[in-house]
Ligand binder design. Sequence first.
Ligand SMILES: Cc1ncc(C[n+]2csc(CCOP(=O)(O)OP(=O)(O)O)c2C)c(N)n1
Ligand code: SF4
Ligand SMILES: [Mg+2]
Length: 288
Amino acid sequence: MATMADFRTSEKSWWCPGCGDFGVLAALQKALVELATEPENVALVAGIGCSGKIGNYINSYNLHVVHGRSLPAAQAVKLANRELTVLAAGGDGDGFAIGMGHYMHALRRNVDITYVVMDNQIYGLTKGQTSPTSDGGFHTKSTPNGNIEKSVNQMQLAIASGCGFVANGLSSNQKQLVQIIKQAIQFPGFALVNTYSPCVTFNKVNTYDFYKSELVNVDEDPTYDRHDKFAAMKMLMEHNELVTGIIYEDPNSTRYEDLVKGFKPEGIVNQKWEVDDETWNKVLAQYK
Ligand SMILES: Cc1ncc(C[n+]2csc(CCOP(=O)(O)OP(=O)(O)O)c2C)c(N)n1
Ligand code: SF4
Ligand SMILES: [Mg+2]
């Protein structure tokens, strides 16, 4: 059985000391170990950003794609080989600025992948610009007079768009984040694991201390019903998305894969071709 060491690489880390992404990486590796997953059965598709470098540090299949395109690539990988555990990962800019169009449609499509977002409410890699999840009034190089745009509420958006698993973790709360990621991977359909993953270099407002004092943990509330969509939306709206835990889970999720007529249970890579040479050559001839 694979250990934590099996999921590590020898790549030197790019991340600043104290970056929240270290915690997300460790939780992801631990979740994969605890689920008895082997590195050769995992495919991680990462976008561009400090967060997108996570794929360099996990020993698995790793696709580092163009900015904002982790979701289309990850869905394609899953449809081609459904035996793989497919993860997509990236930052708030990657997912909710340039990648927003793909986010919306992946949510409602419900292919069985897990999307791990490292939300630091800023563009870290490009040295500190306002992102779609930055708070109003936030001062950065790109908004020197304070952010005047409203922020994206990615978890409410996910629920409203039909996503069946919506969770949020804090990168420093390993115990909770490992549990969340494990359940997300086991969920039959698209699972959003948002994380607050502080950028210690460029965001001096949304710090570890800020999140620790502001976050409400639904996992600690025995009266909270994660299957109640209205309660989930209310919770997120009331607390301005500063909520951790498994916020919404659809007990009746049906995967995209299960609805495609004629879609075979085994991945394309393991299917036998049922086309004879003559037919195949005729098809090819059309493209000459
Ligand atoms: C098409 C394209 N546009 C812009 C960029 C520049 N760029 C690289 S990363 C990034 C934003 C990163 O922010 P985020 O996704 O929040 O990741 P973080 O670095 O904060 O983890 C931008 C705008 C790019 N690489 N490609
Ligand atoms: S710049 Fe921010 S997000 Fe990027 S590695 Fe450093 S602390 Fe992390
Ligand atoms: Mg960011």
